[in-house]
Design a protein around this ligand. Structure first.
Ligand SMILES: Nc1nc2c(ncn2[C@@H]2O[C@H](COP(=O)(O)OP(=O)(O)OP(=O)(O)O)[C@@H](O)[C@H]2O)c(=O)[nH]1
Ligand SMILES: [Mg+2]
Length: 328
């Protein structure tokens, strides 16, 4: 089942972000380096473009992501016009110190006593926005925690008299268009637990790890993965760890949580769930499916209405919007 999560406080957060955008010079968009595109929120893009504010993308939690894949994503973003992207681990002391300098380069007309450089940190839940804010201020001001939606209201502070920074609550969007994005976000702990079934998310993650990082599974859990699917992996973890319920049945819920926790904490190794190539393939497949569906419904319509089928354009699907843009 597709994952959707847009709790009530986010409607207010979206409104407040739109208001603050007017008084913002640069949007620091924090993405999860393990899932950069899946963690790109179309609402943030829309709010930013509405006011034409420049954007610095931070691929945070880079310490948990596959370094080669992170480099591929940096190349991908930095080749785009008007986009600047950097990889970061906000948890590492000092890693964030270069951010104000980069922001000043992006908005060189700001950053004086008269014209303060006003930065707003935005992103989906649990990507490290408040951790970044604390790192920039070099103080533990914002509450951080390893669960989505810790920050509920905006907070603004001055770095010095020439620069200010605003932390915002994590923002999702009402409809996640691609099912795999929902699962990647849930696996990476950006979605509230009430909106997901952990076992389903763990099976999705296990299937992805089998395809991309089977050696890491073997290294962590000491079993060969040949011929396995995601469900087999969850069972094998339960067996290997001795997770059993009363009556000696395997405790699959516990092994699902173990796999998720091991991925989230980095205990499994440095893993990226998507690459620019896998993203491109996923979007192409989604587009082909959309076209196919449009063709089938046009044919069904034509067979219901023979007069309509006489029209040579009746099967023409060129008007169908096949853009893979997420719906907001
Ligand atoms: N490994 C790793 N963990 C990080 C990094 N940055 C933040 N975290 C952890 O990620 C979790 C979430 O951090 P927060 O700063 O609370 O995230 P947030 O984006 O403010 O979350 P919300 O307020 O819920 O939207 C915390 O457990 C942080 O310690 C990082 O670069 N690497
Ligand atoms: Mg926060």
């Amino acid at each position: 089942m597709a994952i959707q999560w847009f709790p009530g406080h986010m409607t207010a957060a979206r409104k407040k972000a739109a208001e603050t955008m007017e008084f913002t010079d640069i949007v620091i968009e924090v993405l999860d380096a393990r899932v950069p595109e899946a963690s790109s929120n179309p609402i943030i893009k829309e709010l930013r473009l509405h006011r034409q504010r420049p954007n610095l993308k931070i691929l945070n939690k880079a310490d948990l992501a596959d370094p080669l894949v992170t480099q591929a994503w940096l190349n991908y973003y930095n080749n785009q016009e008007g986009v600047k992207a950097v990889a970061l681990s906000c948890k590492k002391p000092g890693d964030a110190t270069r951010i104000p300098g980069i922001c000043k380069m992006i908005a060189p007309h700001r950053g004086t006593h008269l014209k303060q450089l006003r930065m707003m940190i935005m992103g989906i839940p649990n990507v490290g926005k408040s951790t970044l804010m604390n790192a920039l201020l070099n103080r533990r001001i914002a509450k951080v925690g390893d669960e989505p939606a810790v920050t509920k209201v905006q907070q603004r502070f001055e770095l010095d008299p020439t620069m200010s920074i605003t932390d915002t609550p994590g923002l999702m969007w009402p409809k996640i268009q691609h099912e795999s994005d929902g699962f990647m976000l849930a696996a990476s702990h950006a979605i509230g637990r009430n909106a997901v079934i952990d076992e389903d998310v763990a099976i999705f993650l296990a299937d992805l790890l089998l395809a991309r990082y089977p050696a890491l599974l073997t290294q962590r859990y000491r079993f060969a993965t040949e011929g396995m699917d995601g469900v087999d992996v969850i069972e094998a973890v339960a067996k290997q760890r001795g997770f059993r319920l009363k009556g000696s049945q395997l405790d699959l819920e516990k092994s699902a949580m173990t796999l998720l926790t091991d991925y989230r904490s980095g205990a499994l190794g440095r893993i990226s769930l998507e690459t620019p190539e896998t993203r491109e393939k996923m979007l192409a497949a989604a587009q082909a499916l959309k076209l196919e569906k449009a063709k089938i419904s046009a044919e069904a319509e034509a067979s219901k209405n023979p007069k309509f089928s006489e029209n040579p354009d009746s099967n023409d699907t060129s008007e169908v919007n096949t853009e893979p843009e997420a719906e907001i």
